[in-house]
Design a protein around this ligand. Structure first.
Ligand code: NAD
Ligand code: MG
Length: 387
């Protein structure tokens, strides 16, 4: 039996992970499930999967969780420390699917116990890639990418020599506003931004797809995972979301990963790796599809892509600043305090302000320094919003 834990079990990735595990319950021993607010979902999954412990991040919901788990034998816990403690419980495979920088510490806690970390939480790699990789290596753990693009690149690179890679092309659907006139973007609402043409995902990543901040995070994530020069990494708009990424080699060959937009592929690949097992995803009928289309990614429409390039070149803790500023700007957009196009401006201003802080960006990759950079970016974003 494989011992598994799911951090962020109540979210979109968490639920897709539970879907796969529930199809083969005899193969998995579920250790911990966590959520932040949805007690009913968390308790029902913890009961069905006979988890050892269920943790709700919001401490005010502990008594509600206790009631929901009464008589089940599942331990109930709440709060940030309980979340970290759950992540530390011995497990073979841990899904990191909390959204945002909040996923960093629980993921690190799992790696410190030598687990294989299936990493959907791309923010961890963006904020602290070197720290994540170092923690995995020094404790005999491993990180497997669960972003569809990065799983695709990982698969295209199996058996290949990374030094022969000439290009890594990350595809983007273009999100909700792909075909909107640029002038209309300033008035876009959170509701309009929270719809995605192809993927069913959490609200925050869906809005980040419309602004391409999601793709921006993924470009930085690519650099951190695969250690390639930023000049190797390209973005390509591909409205159908069937080709998830392409890797180009020095002999001119390109390996593309093609499949339906269903996260259970990337999750299942990481769950069974290094084996390939059957997965309940749709099989593509390319003749029925007829054609797949591609177009360049415009950095005027999507300034987040330009900012990602600047962050990749700058290195250091600029990824942590970028991510935290983006999270703060997204909160302000969701609260209707700023318009859709203002988000990129805020991130750009916070990055510039960070340059004025001696030693902030170039500090060593420790958890404390990543936290300090994150904290600076959030308070600088607050100042920028108030100005
Ligand atoms: P979601 O919003 O659906 O779920 C997020 C999960 O995190 C929930 O379980 C929620 O309860 C928990 N959570 C939120 N804030 C928390 C906090 N402060 N502390 C503890 N737990 C908290 O998000 P999602 O779409 O499942 O995405 C999860 C992660 O996976 C994100 O990093 C996202 O970028 C990444 N990802 C998602 C997809 C996708 O298809 N949904 C694809 C690739 C990568
Ligand atoms: Mg992705």
């Amino acid at each position: 039996m494989k011992r598994v834990s799911i951090l962020g079990a109540t979210g979109s990735i968490g639920q897709n992970t539970i879907d796969l595990i529930s199809r083969d319950p005899d193969s998995y021993d579920v250790v911990a499930l966590t959520g932040s607010r949805n007690v009913a979902q968390l308790a029902s999954d913890a009961r069905n999967l006979r988890a050892d412990v269920a943790v709700i991040a919001d401490e005010s919901r502990l008594s509600e969780l206790r009631v929901a788990l009464a008589g089940s034998g599942v331990e109930a816990a709440a709060g940030r420390m309980a979340l970290i403690e759950a992540a530390q419980r011995p497990a073979d495979w841990v899904m990191s699917a909390i959204v945002g920088a909040a996923g960093l510490e629980p993921g690190l806690a799992a790696l410190e116990h030598g687990a294989t970390l299936a990493l959907a939480n791309k923010e961890s790699m963006v904020c602290a890639g070197p720290l994540m990789l170092r923690t995995a290596t020094s404790h005999g753990g491993r990180i497997l990418p669960v972003d569809s693009e990065h799983s695709a690149v990982f698969q295209a690179l199996l058996g290949e020599d990374i030094t022969t890679v000439e290009r890594i092309v990350i595809t983007a659907s273009g999100g909700a506003f792909r075909d909107w006139p640029i002038e209309a973007l300033a008035d876009a609402t959170p509701e309009q931004a929270a719809t995605h043409p192809n993927w069913a995902m959490g609200q925050r990543i869906t809005i980040d797809s419309a602004s391409m901040f999601n793709k921006a995070l993924e470009l930085i994530e690519t650099r951190e995972y695969f250690g390639v020069d930023p000049s190797v990494i390209e973005t390509l708009v591909h409205p159908e979301s069937m080709v998830h990424a392409l890797v180009g080699f020095r002999d001119g060959a390109m390996m593309a990963h093609v499949g339906p937009p269903d996260m259970r592929h990337a999750i299942g690949f990481a769950l069974h790796y290094p084996q390939r097992r059957e997965l309940p995803v749709e099989r593509l009928d390319l003749a029925a599809l007829g054609s797949l289309t591609f177009r360049p990614a415009c950095e005027v429409r999507w300034p987040a892509l330009r900012l990602a390039r600047e962050v990749m070149t700058r290195g250091g803790l600029s990824g942590a600043i970028f991510n935290a500023a983006k999270e703060a700007a997204l909160d302000a957009f969701l609260e209707r305090r700023i318009g859709f196009t203002r988000m990129a401006g805020i991130v750009e201003e916070v990055l510039a302000a960070a340059e004025g802080q001696p030693g902030l960006i170039d500090a060593a990759f420790t958890l404390d320094n990543v936290r300090a950079a994150d904290h600076f970016a959030r308070s600088s974003a607050t100042d920028t919003l108030a100005a």
